[in-house]
Design a protein around this ligand. Sequence first.
Ligand code: ZN
Length: 241
Amino acid sequence: MSQSPHMSIASAIVDSVNNSDNNHSAKNTNEQLRATIGKVVCVGRNYAAHARELGNEVPTSPMLFMKPASSVVSMRDGIVRPNPEQFGETHYEAELCIQLSADLSAATIEQAKQAIGGVTLGLDLTLRELQSKLKEKGHPWERAKCFDGACVLGDWLDPQAFADFKNVHYQLTINDELKQDGDSALMLFPVYELLVNISHAFSLQAGDVIMTGTPSGVGVLQAGDALMLKLGAHQWQTHVA
Ligand code: ZN
C-alpha cells in the first residue's frame, strides 16, 4: 500500500472523467473535472517561434500566469466563445497539459517526475484583442485569459506513455487544415524543469494543471470550426458553437 492518497485521488479522477461516455452529462463532466483542479498554471512564450509571431522577446525564465478552475471545460462539450461583438477575437492555443498527483514545493527533478498524474492536450483560449490592449497598458491579463470556458481540456492519459517528455509530438487541425504542430523537444523550458521552476516560485498541489505553452500557428476561432487535436495515438474532436 505504498500508493499515496494523492495518487489514488488522481487515478479516480482520470477514471471518472474517461468513463463518462455512458450517461454523459456535460454538467457532471465539467463539475467532476473542475472539482479535481485547484489552479491552472500557464506558461507564456515557451516556444521561441510563437514568442516571435506575437512580436514578443524570447524569455530567459518561464513566464507564468494562471487560469481559475472555473474556466475549465471538457473538450467533449465543445467551445463557446465570449460574444465577439463585445469581446473581440478568441484565439486558440493548443498546449501539452500536465496534471499533478502530488504536491510540489521547491521540488527536485526527481520529485517533479514522480508527481505527474495525467497528460492531455488543452486549448488556452485567449481574447487576443483585449489581451493586446491590456498589455499596452501594462495591466494583468485575467480579463483575456480567465473567462468561463477559457481552458478546454482533453481526457487525462497515463503519463507512463510519455517517456521523459523528450519528443512528445502533437497537432491541432481546424477544418482539416494543420494549424499547429508542436514538439516538446522545441520547448525553451522542458516539462520537468518547468515544474521545478514553478515550484520554487509557489507551491503546486495535487490536482493542479500546468499548460506548458503553445507552439507557433495561433489564430482566430470562427463559429462552426471543427477542431481535431492529436497526441500520439490519441485524438479529440471538438467544435466551436
Ligand atoms: Zn498559452
